[in-house]
Design a protein around this ligand. Sequence first.
Ligand code: PMP
Length: 361
Amino acid sequence: MKRVYNFNAGPSAMPLEVLEEVQQEFLDFKGTGMSVVEISHRSKAYQEMQDETIALMKKLLNIPEGYKIVFLQGGGSHQFLMVAMNFLKGKAGYINTGVWSKKAKEAAAFYGDVYDVATSAGDNFSFIPDMNEAGTFDIEPDTDYVYLTSNNTIHGTEWQTFPHFDVPLIADMSSDFLARPVDVAKFDLIYAGIQKNVGPAGAVVVIIKEELLEKANDALPPYLQYKTFVDKDSTYNTPPVFCIYFINKVLHWLDRNGGLEAMEAINRKKAKIVYDAIDRSEGFYKGHAREDSRSIMNVTFNLATPELEKEFAEAGTAQDLIGLKGHRSVGGCRASIYNAVPLAACEALAKFMDEFRVLHQ
Ligand code: PMP
């Protein structure tokens, strides 16, 4: 068996320990004599596992009273719509920091008026707008909610601290969920597609404040209402059972390894190793993100030409450093260093970057 260093942006690396545990348990889930994908989602064994998953997530994220957690399907892209269907009655403000916030805004435009609260589009989405800069955040009267993307997977920028508004705040945390502690109380709704830090593609975690839920549009088919899934504890219909089971394992892994504070510390260390390779390259690698907005999850950079970038990614692959090509919409290079990517992978990458530079400078 061979395991490579996996820098894919999502689906992406999962903790080896978790993969092994899932493999070991696969034929007999909790003494049922069946796999977790063969048992009923109405069974006691399943329900206990789901309850434990929710309890663990509440513990790890220190979620205060007054919030509910549900597991949905349809990916992050479905949340772009669901957020708007449920909460956009007049107009909503979007902080446009990249491809995914722009897509969320465009999806919401089917349901009401949308406007940019702030944007970094003018500078190639290379930074997170400064919340202290006068006039950057312009909330229009009667705004139903403000929406932001905590980590911009494609551009490699990440919010360092979060703003406060007098209207509900909704965040897409798909690509840095559980990578660091978050003050959940600052948000009215957080969602995350799980296929980066938390599990296989196929489920979204939604953390929703009950107060916001009360304001939701109820003139929608039940399947499109958050309330339906809250009331039915995620089992209105068949939930993505394998995904939820996998989340459970990842949460246990995080818990055994010191929780989100410890995860953040290691993630910062890992990111520094890769950013240092960029910074010592004297412009051979040009980091895309402004330094104050750098993501600890997705490190994005360019080389002198697209041809050299292609050669770089291919040379990486030849050394089992997989997934260094940038997103097809922006090109360049990207190393995604999610929770499960080990420190040794970042060290190997930095060494490779140094060696490739010496050969091509
Ligand atoms: N939001 C962010 C931050 C993402 O990175 C992605 C996908 N990579 C999405 C939303 C869209 O998610 P999905 O592919 O599950 O629809």
